[in-house]
Design a protein around this ligand. Sequence first.
Ligand code: GTP
Ligand code: MG
Length: 364
Amino acid sequence: MALQVGIIGLPLVGKTTVFNAVTAAGAESAAYSKASTKPNIGIARIPDQRLQTINQFIETDRIAPATIQVVDVAGLVRGASTGQGLGNKFLAHIRDMDAILHVVRCFDSDEVAHVEETIDPVRDIDTVETELILADLEQVATSLDKAERAARSGEKDALARAEILKKAYAHLNDGHPVRELSFTPEQKKAIKSMGMITAKKVLFVANVGENDPQGQGELVQKMRARCAAEGAPLVTVCGKLEAEIVELSEADRGEMLAAMGLNEPALALLAREAYKLLGLHSFFTAGPIEIKAWTIPIGANAPQAAGAIHSDFERGFIRAEIYSLDDLIQYKTEHEIKHHGKLRVEGKNYTMKDGDITHFLFNV
Ligand SMILES: Nc1nc2c(ncn2[C@@H]2O[C@H](COP(=O)(O)OP(=O)(O)OP(=O)(O)O)[C@@H](O)[C@H]2O)c(=O)[nH]1
Ligand SMILES: [Mg+2]
C-alpha cells in the first residue's frame, strides 16, 4: 500500500525545494530537468515523537517511522487543461495520486521570477484550481457520455456511475472542485477509480519567505482565509530554510529552529498533516530488533492491522495483545503492564486505536 501524495503548483513556486526537504533527498536529486515529464518520487518519513518515548522503555536496534511516497510533478501553467506547458502529461500524473500538496508561492525574491510578475497566492490558487476544474470537466463529460450509453444498453453499474458523473459535472461547470461535494461511501469508492483530480483531498502549502517563517504576513493571511473558507488544511513552510535545516546536524538544527521561533521543522507538521489527510494513523510494534510505526487506515480492525505487517498474519490471525503508550510510561515494562492486568487481549473485531502497541498471535 504505497500511498502517493503529488506536489503541484505553478512553476518556480518551490515545489522541488519542498520535495527535497520533505524527502531529505539532498542535492543530487535536485537536478531535475524542467523539460522532463517523468515525476520525481521520494519517501517522506512521518516524524512521531512517540517512537522515541517507547524507546525510553524498550531498547532496540532500530527505529522505523511510518512513510508516504511523495511525487514532484513539473509546474502547471495557465492553459494546461488545453495542452499548454506539459499539459496533459502533467495532468495524467496527478490523476494517479491519492492526495495533493498544492505549493503556493508567498515568498518575495528578486532572484526568482514569477510567471505572473507579482506575488499573489490567492490568485495563484485560483489559476491552478481553474485548470484542474477545466481538465476534470472535459474528462467527466467524456465519461458521462460513455456511462449513459452503457446504461442504455443495460450495463448494471453504469447508471450509478452516470449519477455520480452528472452531479460532478454540474458542480465543475459552476467552477467548483468535486471535493466539496458529499457522496455516499459506495460512491466514494467508485470515485477513486474515476481519476477526477479535483475530487482528491488537498493540503495547501504556503511557501513563505525567510523573513516571515511563521507566515504572519498579509499575503499568507489572505491565503489562510481562502483555504479556511473551503475547510482545506494549510501548512506554512519556508522551503529554502527547511532545505538548509535537513542538511544540519541534530544539534545545529535545534539552534536554527529556536532562532526561527519554531519547535520542529515545518516539514514534520506537513508530513503529519498529509498523513491525516489520507485518513491514516499508526500502530506500533516494539521489540529489541525494531520499534516501528505501521500505517493503517483509520477504522482498520486488528486482522487488517496484522495484514499491514504480512498478509500471512492477517490470514492466520488469532488474537492481538495490546497496550497503550500511557501504560508503558506508567508501568515501564511489558512484564509489569501484564502483571497489573493492563495487557489487553483483542480479537478479530477490535478496531485499532492510534498508537496501540501490539503483538499479534497468528498461525500459518
Ligand atoms: N527566497 C526564497 N527562495 C525560494 C524559496 N523556496 C524556493 N526558492 C527558490 O525558488 C526557485 C525555484 O524553486 P523550485 O523548488 O525549483 O521551484 P519549482 O516549483 O520546483 O519550479 P519548477 O519545477 O521549475 O516549476 C529556486 O531558486 C529556489 O531556491 C523560499 O522560501 N525563499
Ligand atoms: Mg521543480
